[in-house]
Design a binder for this molecule. Structure first.
Ligand code: PLP
Length: 386
């Protein structure tokens, strides 16, 4: 079956007991046992829950993986993955990852003796050079947050494989609809299901998908041992979100492409636009080789620095100023002051996260309305002659 059919049906099969086309949400924390140890597959909802199991099966299927695990948040999923590491292990983190991922390694796992280096993996030779005898994992995003860099997953996977390393790809920005890292050679895929998978800004959740039984079993153990599981209602919302993922991603991509075009034409006010499918961008060819569309995320730099960037953000009428992304509604934010404030200032500057940078999560509203909103805010941010 094709992706769209699987998105609608996998995990959403009618309830076996009643035939309900929308399966029930199992809120029970515990499950009756016919005899001691004789269960119907569930004992206690931290260890396993039927609604969560449906979500885990659906996400795994849509990512083209064998096993899926759902977590209480994207960061809980990342924590479980980082929990695979031991004291003395080293991780290579490709530049430009979500600020919270950096914080997790820098302020939590570093204290447990896990070290890391950041590397500009646009050239996989840099990655090769940063691998040490104790390196165990490579961590990457593509497109990256917030700069929308496109990294070559196939080439990075080759390097990781040749050194026996686990490659973890945070696929939150692309979603399983536009990119499947496991098919490109990744070992683990991580999602913040809070974003495109949920799709409506009404839940916080995370997921990990893999085809490696060994990794799955360790992660399943960690999921239960650390207890960072999502509640059944959030699992249901994520599962419902998945059913329209393909439709939303199509519209997010069309809208974002139109907005990126408008931004890139306004050379008087906009210094640079970062969108994977923007014709003429250096990563266009690579993006097309691993993604089926450009997605809904755009980053761009305003001329006139913070003054004009903040005026732009405050002049938007349809885009809401707010953190997060991937919902049906358009959002705009300032990575320097908002999502990436947890990255030390020097590091932010080094990465190119400066105070002229704006990140847009383009929603599924009418294309022309969004384009007009952006055009009006650009005009309000500075006169043409700026
Ligand atoms: C790319 C990416 N990964 C992970 C996360 C963390 O997810 P959550 O907020 O669900 O913990 C985020 C959050 O913004 C993100 O943008």
């Amino acid at each position: 079956m094709h992706f769209d059919t699987r998105a609608v049906h996998v995990g959403h099969e009618p309830d076996e007991l009643t035939g309900a086309v929308t399966p029930p949400i199992y809120t029970s924390s515990t499950f009756a046992q016919a005899k001691i140890g004789k269960t119907k597959g569930y004992e206690y909802s931290r260890s396993g829950n039927p609604t969560r199991a449906r979500l885990e099966r659906a996400v795994a299927d849509l990512e083209g993986g064998k096993f899926g695990l759902a977590f209480a948040s994207g960061l809980a999923a990342e924590t479980a993955v980082a929990g695979l590491l031991e004291k003395g292990d080293h991780v290579v983190i490709c530049n430009d990852v979500y600020g919270g991922t950096f914080r997790l390694f820098n302020h939590v796992f570093k204290n447990f003796g896990v070290s890391f280096d950041r590397v500009d993996a646009r050239d996989p030779k840099n990655l090769e050079r940063s691998i040490k005898p104790n390196t165990k994992m490579v961590w990457m995003e593509s497109p990256t947050n917030p700069l929308m860099l496109v990294l070559d997953i196939r080439r990075i996977a080759k390097v990781a494989k040749s050194h026996g390393l686990t490659l973890t790809v945070d696929n939150t920005f692309a979603s399983p609809c536009l990119q499947n890292p496991l098919k490109l050679g990744a070992t683990l895929v991580v999602h913040s299901t809070t974003k495109y998978i949920g799709g409506h800004s009404d839940l916080v959740g995370g997921a990990v998908v893999t085809s490696s039984r060994e990794h799955f079993e360790k992660l399943k153990f960690l999921q239960n041992a650390t207890g960072s599981v999502p509640g059944p209602f959030d699992c249901y919302l994520a599962l419902r979100g998945l059913r329209t993922l393909h439709l939303r991603m199509q519209r997010h991509s069309t809208n974002a492409a139109a907005v990126a075009e408008v931004l890139s034409k306004d050379r008087a006010r906009v210094r640079a636009v970062y969108y994977p499918f923007l014709g003429g961008s250096p990563s266009y060819k690579l993006a097309r080789s691993q993604m089926s569309a450009g997605g809904g995320m755009i980053a761009f730099r305003m001329k006139g620095g913070y003054k004009n960037a903040s005026k732009f953000l405050e002049s938007l009428k349809i885009f809401t100023l707010g953190e997060s992304l991937g919902g049906v509604e358009s959002l705009a934010e300032h990575p320097w002051k908002m999502t990436h404030a947890s990255v030390p200032p020097g590091e932010r500057r080094r990465l190119g996260i400066t105070d002229d940078l704006i990140r847009l999560s383009v929603g599924v509203e009418d294309t022309n309305d969004l384009v007009e909103d952006v055009q009006n805010a650009l005009k309000a941010s500075s006169p043409r002659s700026a």
